[in-house]
Design a protein around this ligand. Sequence first.
Ligand SMILES: NC(=O)c1ccc[n+]([C@@H]2O[C@H](COP(=O)([O-])OP(=O)(O)OC[C@H]3O[C@@H](n4cnc5c(N)ncnc54)[C@H](OP(=O)(O)O)[C@@H]3O)[C@@H](O)[C@H]2O)c1
Length: 238
Amino acid sequence: MNFDGLRVAVTGAARDTGRLLAEAFADRGAYVCLSARNLAVAEQAASVINQRGPGRADAFRCDLAEPDSVRAFAAAVADRTERIDVLINNGAVYIEGDDLTHAPDDKIENVMAVGGTGTLLLTKHLLPLLRASARPDIVNMISACGETGHRRSGAHPAFYAAKHAHAGLAEILSHRLRPEGIRVISLFPPDFVQDGPRQASGDLTARSVVDCVLFAIGQPRDCFIREFHFEQVRPSRG
Ligand SMILES: NC(=O)c1ccc[n+]([C@@H]2O[C@H](COP(=O)([O-])OP(=O)(O)OC[C@H]3O[C@@H](n4cnc5c(N)ncnc54)[C@H](OP(=O)(O)O)[C@@H]3O)[C@@H](O)[C@H]2O)c1
């Protein structure tokens, strides 16, 4: 797949899946606006991409928990490019725990601020740049925890709530932006591993999740893939 000239913005892109996504697009020729909470780590990840090519990356600070940082990121991207073709809403905070009372309030606020408000504000502030693209896509890295009726994860209720907020945003935007030709592509993976054998008996890997994104973005413009859902490995009976 060749994404030469594609302009992509990614949140939480200095490590793990966000970084894999940034690298996968740059490996195929794209220009990446690579953002992270910490500018220094974003710069490091961008520099690896720029040394390798063929695509290139600029590093930006974007703390999704801080609305001012989100707006500053969108403004800085607008200073560099007149359009964005793909926005990837990847950054999120995970917390574990069955019991609602077992996480401090400030942690819960942070989970909701990043996955809920921050993601929504960034999408809002980058929408003008997406509207300036001839092939605009918004990719949402959600989670099976954002599916209605999903109860299998040991994630804290705040994570479920944040992912449902993200899923709700994606659902209505997909419908409302369809007439403009803006595709809203959402992924609802179960727990996945960054690395591992890509076999039926193993866990889903980040590489396979990234390949789903590349596939959806690579489709012709009549093809609006709205959601990816995944079957989990069934726990073996002892
Ligand atoms: N891994 C899984 O099992 C799984 C399953 C389903 C869905 N997902 C979703 O898929 C996406 C990628 O997963 P992952 O495993 O790569 O997640 P991860 O390892 O937990 O990484 C999360 C990313 O979000 C960033 N982030 C955290 N707080 C932020 C903030 N305030 N502002 C901006 N960025 C922030 C992190 O940056 P820092 O380096 O600054 O912390 C990191 O880059 C996430 O949305 C995740 O919820 C993951």
